[in-house]
Design a protein around this ligand. Structure first.
Ligand SMILES: NC(=O)C1=CN([C@@H]2O[C@H](COP(=O)(O)OP(=O)(O)OC[C@H]3O[C@@H](n4cnc5c(N)ncnc54)[C@H](OP(=O)(O)O)[C@@H]3O)[C@@H](O)[C@H]2O)C=CC1
Ligand SMILES: C[C@H](O)[C@@H]1OC(=O)[C@H](O)[C@@H]1O
Length: 256
């Protein structure tokens, strides 16, 4: 097992990529702190996930708090320490992408996206890193960035800068935290079918276009991200830091 007895915090783990990553980390021997927004509608999903993790022989607890709140990182770290005694891995995954055109982008939509995806991540990464430094055993931090850190989208002008920001944050943190043995890497998913793009991909033409751009011939599944996240979290990646791992079925390199 890659993560035996490690404590892994994953934000945005009630659904989608975060949930699949949480289950894989549990299969690999980790105990989990499940971050989510705190919304009532997600509570049953979180309870069910904790049940699944326990049935795998591992333990989990949850923290429902807005990712954009600068105090949320401290709450996640406190939960990890009080339940499991340490923080070994922090996966910053929570994110939103409310598709909208640029010229009439509502200020609130822009600000909420940047706060949720990037500003909160900064303080959460800082909280996890301080705890890891205090423990003195190193650690692994992974930010779920995106292929969208590298390319644009007309309906994602508020979103793509947050993903480029997360990639850059991991690069700078790799430099800042390397001396403490804390590795920092970015995962760049392609298009993965989850709730975040349910409406967008309901448009059959858009869906066919995205599949057509993907050499492997299908959209990604949350489970496709779980192995790469567990790998970056584990000692298999002991010399990997400041890296970005693009997991997109080949979409990015498919120019013509
Ligand atoms: N799907 C894709 O194609 C891609 C996704 N990504 C990135 O992957 C990450 C996960 O996305 P994905 O799994 O697709 O999306 P989902 O919509 O399936 O899951 C989003 C998760 O983030 C949580 N979340 C949303 N808003 C907040 C908030 N304000 N505070 C705390 N938690 C919040 C949700 O919790 P709750 O249930 O409480 O709302 C949920 O757990 C995102 O950062 C996204 O940008 C990157 C590239 C491609
Ligand atoms: C939400 C989108 O479908 C998804 O988000 C990303 O980061 C990818 O680039 C996809 O566009």
């Amino acid at each position: 097992m890659l993560l035996n007895d490690k404590t892994v915090i994953i934000t945005g783990a009630s659904r989608g990529i975060g949930r699949a990553a949480a289950l894989e980390c549990a299969r690999q021997g980790a105990n989990l702190v499940i971050g989510y927004s705190g919304s009532e509608s997600s509570q049953p999903l979180v309870d069910e996930l904790i049940g699944e993790i326990r049935s795998l022989g591992r333990d989990a607890t949850s923290v429902g708090a807005p990712a954009g709140d600068p105090n949320t990182g401290d709450k996640l770290v406190d939960a990890a320490v009080s339940h499991f005694g340490s923080v070994d891995v922090f996966v910053n995954n929570a994110g939103i992408c409310p598709f909208h055109s640029f010229l009439d982008m509502p200020r609130d939509t822009y600000l909420e996206t940047v706060n949720t995806n990037l500003n909160g991540a900064y303080f959460a990464v800082q909280a996890a890193a301080n705890r890891m430094k205090e423990q003195g055993n190193g650690g692994a931090i992974i930010a779920v960035s995106s292929i969208s850190a590298l390319v644009g989208g007309a309906m994602q002008t508020h979103y793509t800068p947050t993903k480029a920001g997360l990639l850059s944050l991991m690069q700078s943190c790799a430099v800042a935290l390397g001396p403490y043995g804390i590795r920092c890497n970015a995962l760049l998913p392609g298009t993965i079918e989850t709730d975040i793009n349910k409406d967008d991909l309901a448009d059959q033409d858009k869906r066919d276009y995205m599949i057509g751009r993907t050499p492997l011939g299908r959209l990604g599944r949350p489970e496709d991200m779980a192995g790469p996240i567990a790998f970056l979290a584990s000692d298999m990646a002991a010399y990997v830091t400041g890296a970005s791992l693009l997991v997109d079925g080949g979409m990015f390199v498919n120019l013509q």
